[in-house]
Design a protein around this ligand. Structure first.
Ligand SMILES: [Zn+2]
Length: 373
């Protein structure tokens, strides 16, 4: 398979980590915001590398990394829309990469990728290629979508953000029909990618807009749920024979799942397959480490290569809560996938690979009814 080499690199990362241990790595941050960010390293312990401020606006608790002095426009639009400003910035970047004259084959135009009909309704006669017109219009349009889906969110503000983004991607009708984020892979991915981008790139403190919230999709009929909904099994546990890898690395200590066709883009939500207690992180390889929660916890878990996550050490998750987003974080370039490890009952809270606690997750996931369809 074409992805073999990139997946195998995760084994190399793990071996290196086995030597140095699992530690919270503080990440040096360049630029003027570094003091503020270092004081917020709790956020890093929660799994997010604080953004390096590269240009544009840098407000106290507002949006960062918005280019061309458009920060105030984005803040005003976010206020109009009722969205976190980091989410609005991440969405605009996702739509056009801040290109005012961006176009799409479907006919969308401008920095917020308006379709002609939508622009006619929200553009107020302005120029769709002028961010001074298009960013405020984006705020008005998102406000309208938010109003449409608001009754479905009740008083859950985080859920309202998710539903508003889903309404943008799939239409408010689909959100109403499914009474939540529709179970379309593209929409699920869109919502998580923007929340992820907002946290990693546009939030000075790496704050997760909606970390740890319940995933909206189908949890399946098993005792556990598949950790990467919509993902496919791509690489098994144990012995393999990959040219170029040293002898010790021919032993894959987990399983890999990947969202089909995701490439190196952010993938789908990684969810708690069962009730969990978060016990630690491995920053270098993007791993969230957890124990099955309960009086007599059995299995330990690691969910790896996440680019960011919104959970904290000690936090308890209910089955189906979002841990983070399928990613490709690691020391080596690799395509986006989830590497999951399961540890024997009785293993320590945080396990180093190759200590002898790793077991093959496949029969466990199958027995618990959590194997992807
Ligand atoms: Zn793997």
């Amino acid at each position: 398979m074409e992805e073999d080499e990139s997946k195998d690199s995760s084994v190399l990362v793990f071996a290196a980590l086995a030597l140095v241990g699992v530690v919270a790595v503080s990440v040096p941050v360049a630029g003027v915001a570094s003091l503020a960010l270092v004081s917020d390293m709790q956020a890093s312990a929660g799994g997010c590398t604080p953004a390096t401020v590269v240009s544009g606006e840098d407000s106290e608790d507002g949006v960062i990394n918005v280019p061309n002095g458009w920060g105030p426009l984005v803040e005003e639009a976010a206020k109009t829309a009722g969205l976190p400003v980091s989410v609005a910035a991440a969405q605009l970047k996702q739509e056009s990469n801040w290109e005012p004259r961006a176009g799409s084959s479907a006919g969308a135009q401008g920095i917020a990728q308006f379709m002609p009909d939508t622009w006619a309704a929200y553009g107020e006669g302005g120029d769709v290629t002028d961010p001074e017109d298009a960013i405020p219009a984006y705020g008005r349009y998102m406000a309208a979508l938010r109003n449409e889906v608001k009754p479905l969110a009740g008083d859950d503000a985080d859920q309202l953000v998710r539903l508003t983004l889903a309404a943008y991607n799939a239409g408010p009708g689909a959100v109403a029909q499914h009474k939540g984020v529709p179970p379309f892979a593209e929409t699920q991915r869109y919502v998580e990618a923007i929340l992820d981008g907002g946290q990693v790139e546009f939030s000075a403190g790496c704050e997760a807009p909606t970390g740890g919230k319940a995933w909206d999709g189908d949890l399946g009929d098993g005792e556990w749920s598949a950790p990467l909904p919509g993902g496919k099994f791509t690489s098994g546990y144990g012995r393999r024979n990959v040219p170029g890898l040293p002898e010790w690395a021919q032993n894959h200590v987990g399983l890999d799942f990947a969202t089909p066709g995701v490439g190196s883009r952010p993938g789908g939500p990684v969810i708690a397959p069962t009730d969990l207690r978060i016990t630690g992180f491995n920053e270098t390889d993007g791993c969230v480490i957890a124990k099955e929660d309960g009086d007599d916890p059995d299995f330990g878990f690691a969910f790896c290569h996440l680019n960011s996550w919104g959970v904290k050490k000690g936090q308890k998750l209910t089955r189906g809560d979002v841990i983070g987003v399928e990613g490709n974080r690691g020391q080596f370039g690799m395509s986006t996938h989830l590497h999951i490890e399961i540890y024997k009952p009785g293993a320590p809270d945080v396990v180093f690979p190759y200590q002898g606690f790793n077991i093959d997750p496949e029969p466990i996931l199958r027995e618990k009814g959590a194997w992807p369809q």
